[in-house]
Design a binder for this molecule. Sequence first.
Ligand SMILES: *Cc1c(COP(=O)(O)O)cnc(C)c1O
Length: 445
Amino acid sequence: MRRVRGASPLPAVGSLLNQPEYRELQERYPRALVADAIREQVASERATGPVDPADRLDRVARLLAGWTAPRLRRVINATGVVLHTNLGRAPLSAAAAAAAAEVAAGYSNLELDLESGRRGSRHELVSDLLRRLTGAEAALVVNNNAGAVLLALTALARGREVVVSRGQLVEIGGAFRMPDVMRLSGARMVEVGTTNRTRVADYESAVGPKTAALLHVHASNFRLSGFTESTPLAEMAEVARRHGLLLLDDLGSGALDPVADEPVVGDSVALADVVAFSGDKLVGGPQAGIALGRAEPIRKMARHPLARALRVDKMTLAALEVTLRQRLLGERSPVARMLAAGPEELRRRAAHLMVRLRERGVPCRLAEGGSAAGGGSLPERELPTWLLVLEGPASRLAAALRRGEPPVLARIEDDRCCVDPRTLLPGEDDLLLDAIEAAAAVVTG
Ligand SMILES: *Cc1c(COP(=O)(O)O)cnc(C)c1O
């Protein structure tokens, strides 16, 4: 064994494990885990030289605490970005979250028809709701929208051609690039038009004997402006009908009701054979890919082996079912409420936070600002809001908030640390105020 010159030899893992202070650790952690931590600590001492026993114990305890600390945690979103991808997109309604938890902890009729006692389909659980909400003939839910688009292309166009406008070959955050998805599906992409202009004649002239479908992609997170032209979905539908082709529409956000200039799901369903969008963007539900459309192509997608690989789990279906039912009953999702909040209400909420923070001696003020829908939805539209501006060094404050308990994600704007009340959920105010007070104390130190 290699020795560090002039230092005491390193103790053996086994003998440390039997010392009383390490036995104490074994009351909180499994013996094997404590042994791993000791082994790792001893190995590092072998490289850097031995430390004294109290230090060693302390480092072993910290290793164990680090290894077992919760990673995925609830945070407070004070950024004002409603569908924040890094923060898990849509927060579920309390009822949707409760339904997911309920089904997760027990057995359920996931694939059983309780009436007949026969095997049922998990897809049936939400397809009635989706049909009623959108007018679609059929519905299929998979893991996410990227999966829904991949499945549609694979099941309906593999080995054939799909025509798509160059202006719609977009990349959505998280490496969803339409050309890559197309390649993966085995469909051959035929690009038409130019980046800024694609006319109906461009689609028309690209159609050949191998064409299976026309694909329309909602540009989501970017907008072309200036000298542009894109072919409306209705005109694409005419071309598709004339040539007996499928029309596929990747809608992205999936607005069930009209919001700003987002395309509405029902309008798209009336024109396209298959429409795909996310469950956790404007729908305000769990992560899911919702495919709606005519019965035949949706059936083909459901029967494709890839559908099995992309299928959703019971927790997702439980949350989605409740989200859709609440929608049908006219109840607003948390996402819908956040998007609808007006500047008056937000000013009142920000002012309330300001008064309570000043009572605690934390300097702050109000400022006008803008929030964003995020998630590639309504990219150009800034939603007017009122910000609570925390006085002090912005990036240090933001870092202290992020590392706090619970973690708070603030927004830095014009070198000020800001809290946007739009994305605060009911019941978060007191936690937020405590967290801000603690962070201000860290910074003023
Ligand atoms: C967001 C988005 C996707 C990806 O959806 P996920 O649910 O994140 O898989 C695909 N296409 C468009 C147009 C989108 O906006």
